[in-house]
Design a protein around this ligand. Sequence first.
Ligand code: ADP
Ligand code: MG
Length: 716
Amino acid sequence: MNLDTPIKEIPRIGPVFLKKLQRIGIKTVEDLLFHFPHRYEDFSDIRPISKIKVNETCCLQGKILEIGNLRTWKKRIILTEAIVEDKTGAIKVIWFNQSYLTQTLKQGDWVCLAGKISSGKKGIYLSSPAYEKIPVINDKLSMTNLTHTGGIIPVYPETEGLSSRWLRYILRPLLIKLKNEIPEILPLEIIKKYNFLPRAQALWRVHFPDSISSAQKAKERFSFEGLFLIGLSVLKERLKLNKEKAPAIPFNVNLTKEFVASLSFKLTDAQRKCTWQIFKDLEKPRPMSRLLEGDVGSGKTVIAVMAALNVVRAGYQVAFMAPTEILAKQHFQEVTKLLRPFKIKIAFLTGKEDKIISLKLKNEILEISRRKLLEKTRKGEIDILIGTHSLIQDKVRFKNLALCIVDEQHRFGVKQRAHLIQSPMSNTQHRIIPHLLSMTATPIPRTLALTVYGDLDLSILDEMPKGRKKIITRVIPPKEREEAYNFAKEQTKFGNQVFVICPRIESGKSKIKKETAMGWDEVKAVKEEYEKLSKKIFPDLKIEMLHGKMKAKEREKIMKNFKNKKIDILVSTSVVEVGVDVPGATVMIIEGAERFGLAQLHQFRGRVGRSNLQSYCFLFTDSSAKRTRQRLEAIVKADDGFELAQKDLEIRGPGSLYGVKQWGIPDLAMENLKDISLVEKTREEAKELLAKDPELKKYPSLKERLEKFQKRIHLE
Ligand code: ADP
Ligand code: MG
């Protein structure tokens, strides 16, 4: 048996537990050993019975004088009662609803018990203690092999019915058996420098420590290890990319000046700065990998268009991708508008096989078949192709693609980029990779920018176009709802429009874990809200709803009508189409605001205030918890998305950030993504090591571990 052994080969794990483990992603022995406790119980205080005190937690050792089950009268609870005696005295022990205990614990057994001393009608007793028989070896009690009591006891996150007790029972023998099979992976220099324990020893200490501080110390090593591996894999990708070739795009000053002069507004300084950074990258014969980050409405599209224009004039093609069809269409309209004076061939490709495609050619809209469009793209007759993910499909090929612009999709791999080119040459030495400009309105906290996004260069748009009014944000408790609705109604009288966002609601039937989308029903939430608003609250207004289960066509129609002011109020889920630009919307109402992350609320808020009209954001909440109020107040005050994202990260952890759960990063590393100093340290070390030994030739076990790690995580 070694670390790669599948868990089904572990003798003590039967089919039921096998399933449970697999459900939480534990497949190999290694996974199991790296399923860490989240806290520890200190049961190291072993006391003589005569020294116990009520309300204290302690550990007792004694012999069971009697034990049995009895049913309580009224409450139908089964009590297991025992009397346990040591040299100094005896005490009653009570367990609740664990009648099976009498099959394990028998009269005459020696036991170690740990728990809280309580007092009640039945006098003083030890309440539902952790228990463990003391093994008898050579007629002597053996105190050294205790697992659940008599020391610092690990407590694991108890999901899927996996008890800590069971995990300890499995882990202890496993760790003993494998103590020579856990290779050191960190370079010796690092171990020395940070004074880490050897890996195998640290692993033992995490699960079975002799003190809480030594457990913490051992965990630190693995915290380092996790972030170090992320650092290495991200930086290695980067090194690989730097060896690839891309078309160098010269910066066409006159062209760019002409474009800027054609705009109806002046670029912000931030827009100039970011554009400059992008042009600097494009000039190099290496593929750019740049993430342009800027709040909703900060004006990312013009920047992308400037880059695209330069690329097209240099004789190459551009692919422009958006996450949804509506957004893609919006980009198509925006881009064609901005590039109108430049006679550029822009096409829009939809996801559906049989759809007709509009093509902007010589400033006329032309409808051509999909087949024709793909052919033109392949021949290089289309300059800019705009669409959804469908652009990455097998059939789409470009003749000389030099730039991929990806909106709100975060990642787009080198392989995907290479794939879009007509005939990727098999000789990787000479293949051409297009530049990548990724854009997002999701603010990425600094620690994440350094780790998981570390292979991307960042350009930050930290300035809003002038003339935008600050959105007035308020937290609305139940008693002020009516007032807020009246306010919204008033706004519609001036032709302004209202968004209502609903969180998913529990579908009632099952109480599946909250995080899993299965137990939550977005459609139901929207339908209920729609009913309420259209029948009771705004019967005179035109209300429509929008959710993910509707057909794309239908959604598109509604969005179009909303944009054209044919709809007053749009009730929508949080997940669909909120990226669409509706300049007439001035009120954003968010139901159940406490259910959303701060950064997410901030994103919703950014959907209004996209014109010179004063806009409002109402955070509806029924929760009066102080913590909730404080969190929501933070968004009332702050209008900086980065600040809010960092707060989210601190309060709710990285898992609350958009898309992060899908990365498959181990829990411990995930937890440590909050820790800026550790993040910086591990990144520096990873950088230094790769500078010395880019292929990790001198560190075979680290290399092997890294390869395994990379198979697991999906940052793309
Ligand atoms: P986002 O960053 O959310 O993608 P957009 O690029 O859609 O933002 O820009 C939002 C709106 O602001 C658009 O209507 C755009 O024309 C406008 N805009 C962009 N830059 C400026 C600027 N410097 N001054 C005024 N308006 C601008
Ligand atoms: Mg945008």
